[in-house]
Write a protein that binds this ligand. Structure first.
Ligand code: ZN
Length: 356
C-alpha cells in the first residue's frame, strides 16, 4: 500500500511514496528503509505485542539493562548464556539464560523492587505455574527453569503478584533477551534514524555509482564490479552479492563487533567499502577474489575517486570537519573500519579466544 506523502517512521525524513507495513502496528517507511525494516519485523514477528519494554523506562535505562546481560554472557558464557558463536548457529540472537543458575543470576540482576502486600501471595498450583511457563515457551525463551522455587517466583512475577512495576521490569527483560538492539523494534529511535539518514546522504553523494533499488543497495566499485547489498533474515542481516551478467555471486562479508554499531552505520561502512573495493579488497579476502580475480578488469581503475574521504571521516565519527588529516592517519582509521568486516565464519572461535 502506497501513501503519497509523509514522514518515514524509520529515518524520520519526509518522503513521497511511503509504504505501509501492517505488521508491527502500521508503520510507514520510505523506499530506502522499507526492505530493512520489513525484514527486521519479519525476524521479530514471533514476539507478541505484550513483550515490550516498560514505557516508563528511558532509552538509557534500557541500554543499561542490555549491557548487564551482554556482560554476563561475555564473562560467563559457557552453557549458561548463548555465546556469540552460537548466535550465528541458531540464526537469531538470544540473550537469555540457558540453565537454572543463569536464571537465578538474571533475576538478581533485575533488582526487583521489594514488594509488600497486606495480603499474602496467592498459593499457586502446579497448573497455574505451568500456564505461565507456556507463555514463556511460546515467545521463544530457550530454557525454562526446573527448580520448583524458581518456577514459582517467575510465575508470580509474570502474573503481577509482585506488583505491576516488577512485572514490567521482568517483561522488559524478556524483550531484551529476545530482540537484539539491531532490530527495528528495539532500536534507539534517534540513533537509528540518524544512521539511515546518513546512509541516504552517502548513497546520494556517491552519485551514479550507488542507488537504492528493489529494497537493496546497488554499488559500483572502483574496479567496475557491481555489488548488491540486500536484507537477509539471518545474521548479519544483509547479504552482499556481485552482479555478473544475470547472476548474483554471494560474497561472505561479516561484521565484527557489530553490536557496537547502529545498523544503518554498518550499511554505510559496507557501501563505502564496496565503493572503494580495490582498496578494501586488500583487507577482505573474500572480496579480493572478485576484485583481483583471474581476469584483470579491462577497465581497472576506470572510476575516479570521488573524494569520499569526508564520508569515511563521518562514518568514523571522530574527525573534525574541515581539518585534513595526514593520509597515513586516515588510512589507519579506514583500515579499522574495513577490519570490522570479518570475512570468514571459521575465524570466529579464534577471535573469541583472543579476546579472553
Ligand atoms: Zn526512511
Amino acid at each position: 500500500m502506497v501513501e503519497n506523502q509523509g514522514v518515514c517512521d524509520s529515518c524520520g525524513q519526509s518522503s513521497q511514496g511511503l509504504k505501509r507495513i501492517s505488521r508491527g502496528g502500521k508503520i510507514k517507511v520510505c523506499f530506502c528503509c522499507n526492505g530493512w525494516v520489513r525484514m527486521s519485523l519479519r525476524r521479530t514477528r514471533r514476539v507478541p505485542a505484550w513483550i515490550r519494554p516498560d514505557p516508563n523506562l528511558s532509552q538509557e535505562a534500557l541500554v543499561e539493562v542490555r549491557e548487564k546481560f551482554l556482560l554476563m554472557r561475555d564473562r560467563h558464557g559457557r552453557e549458561r548464556w548463548a555465546e556469540r558463536r552460537m548466535v550465528f548457529e541458531m540464526g537469531f540472537p538470544y540473550l537469555g539464560p540457558l540453565n537454572d543458575t543463569a536464571w537465578g543470576l538474571a533475576l538478581s540482576v533485575l533488582e526487583l523492587e521489594s514488594f509488600t502486600t497486606s495480603n499474602s501471595l496467592p498459593n499457586l498450583r502446579t497448573a497455574d505455574v505451568t500456564r505461565e511457563f507456556a507463555k514463556l515457551e511460546e515467545i521463544g525463551v530457550m530454557h525454562l527453569p526446573s527448580n520448583p522455587q524458581l518456577r514459582k517466583q517467575i510465575a508470580h512475577l509474570l502474573r503481577g503478584d509482585f506488583g505491576l512495576s516488577n512485572k514490567r521490569r521482568f517483561v522488559t527483560t524478556l524483550f531484551i533477551w529476545l530482540i537484539g538492539e539491531d532490530e527495528f523494534l528495539a532500536r534507539d529511535p534517534e540513533a537509528w534514524a540518524l544512521s539511515f539518514q546518513f546512509l541516504q546522504e552517502v548513497v546520494h553523494d556517491l552519485g551514479e555509482r550507488a542507488s537504492f533499488i528493489d529494497d537493496s543497495i546497488r554499488v559500483t566499485g572502483s574496479s567496475g564490479n557491481i555489488y548488491r547489498i540486500s536484507p537477509r533474515p539471518h545474521p548479519p542481516y544483509y547479504v552482499v552479492a556481485r552482479e555478473v551478467e544475470h547472476q548474483r555471486q554471494p560474497i561472505c562479508i561479516d561484521p565484527l563487533n557489530a553490536h557496537t554499531v547502529v545498523f544503518g552505520d554498518i550499511l554505510v561502512n559496507l557501501v563505502l567499502a564496496l565503493y572503494d573495493d580495490q582498496i578494501s579488497a586488500r583487507h577482505i579476502d573474500t572480496l579480493a577474489r572478485h576484485v583481483f580475480g583471474r581476469r584483470r578488469p579491462q577497465h581497472g581503475g576506470l572510476y575516479e575517486r570521488n573524494n569520499i574521504e569526508h564520508l569515511w571521516r563521518r562514518a568514523l565519527g571522530n574527525m573534525p570537519p574541515g581539518e585534513a588529516p595526514p593520509a597515513e592517519a586516515l588510512f589507519q582509521q579506514w583500515h579499522r573500519v574495513v577490519d570490522r568486516f570479518q570475512t570468514n565464519l571459521a575465524d570466529w572461535p579464534i577471535e573469541e579466544e583472543e579476546e579472553e
